[in-house]
Design a binder for this molecule. Structure first.
Ligand SMILES: [Zn+2]
Length: 246
């Protein structure tokens, strides 16, 4: 089950292949303690899902104060959490607070088995309808020409049961419905979380990573078809981790 990482300047996507090694120290799973990662303000530990080696030029994240970025998930808590990666070894949990804990989605193991992984670049052209309609929920479709927009709507009609009648008003066109209601690859909708950092006045969150293409050999949600999503606040670089049913 690969993870996609998304870049925005320019729009780009890389995908990993768990089990394959490379010259960089990317890992899936593993025990956070073994990497020296300490949690602040977290009554229960988060789960380490990925540890990204930011020296890899394929990783589309600009975080000059970090060498590694931990993608964590809150299996010991409710379904969404916000955390701040302060250094390579310190992570501060911002939400949920202690009183909101203890509704674990499943009895996850203490740590997922450690694997090497590596990334490769995947094509994404924001002017091509087929690329855009695979990832519209991440990047939108604003760069499509009029002709490509028509192809995009044809693709949508093949891939979704949405019709013009699904719009909230009679004057909605089919294009309005697809623009507002069709957000692949997200199975439910484009995530619209707020930054959980009370000291942050910014609220622009971008999806930076998505674990998707759920298969039966699911690694972190066994037997469940669930997408795991990481968004980053552009203002304070806090990360919001959430999930959607796949
Ligand atoms: Zn923020």
């Amino acid at each position: 089950m690969p993870i996609s990482l998304f870049g925005y300047d320019p729009k780009s996507r890389v995908e990993d292949s768990i089990g394959s090694a490379c010259n960089f120290k990317h890992t899936f799973g593993g025990n956070a303690d073994d990497f020296g990662i300490r949690y602040t303000d977290a009554p229960l530990p988060l789960h380490l899902v990925y540890r990204l080696d930011l020296s890899d030029p394929l990783i589309p994240l600009d975080l000059p104060n970090l060498s590694f970025l931990s993608l964590l998930y809150c299996f010991n808590y409710d379904s969404t959490c916000c955390y701040q990666v302060i250094s390579d070894t310190e992570v501060r949990l911002i939400t949920p607070g202690e009183q909101e804990c203890f509704f674990p989605p499943w009895e996850a193991p203490e740590a997922f088995s450690l694997e090497k992984t590596s990334f490769s670049a995947k094509r994404y052209d924001p002017t091509r309808a087929d690329d855009v309609m695979d990832w519209k929920g991440v990047y939108g479709w604003d760069e499509l020409s009029e002709d490509q927009r028509k192809i995009a709507l044809d693709l949508a009609s093949e891939r979704t049961f949405l019709t013009r009648e699904d719009g909230p008003d009679d004057d909605w066109t089919y294009a309005d419905v697809i623009r507002s209601m069709y957000h692949p690859p997200f199975s439910q909708s484009r995530p619209y979380h707020s930054c959980g950092n009370p000291d942050c006045n910014d609220d622009r969150l971008r999806v930076i990573a998505l674990q998707h293409n759920v298969v039966s050999a699911e690694l972190i949600w066994p037997g469940k078809h669930i997408q795991t999503i990481w968004e980053m606040c552009e203002g304070c670089q806090c990360i919001v981790a959430s999930n959607q049913c796949g």
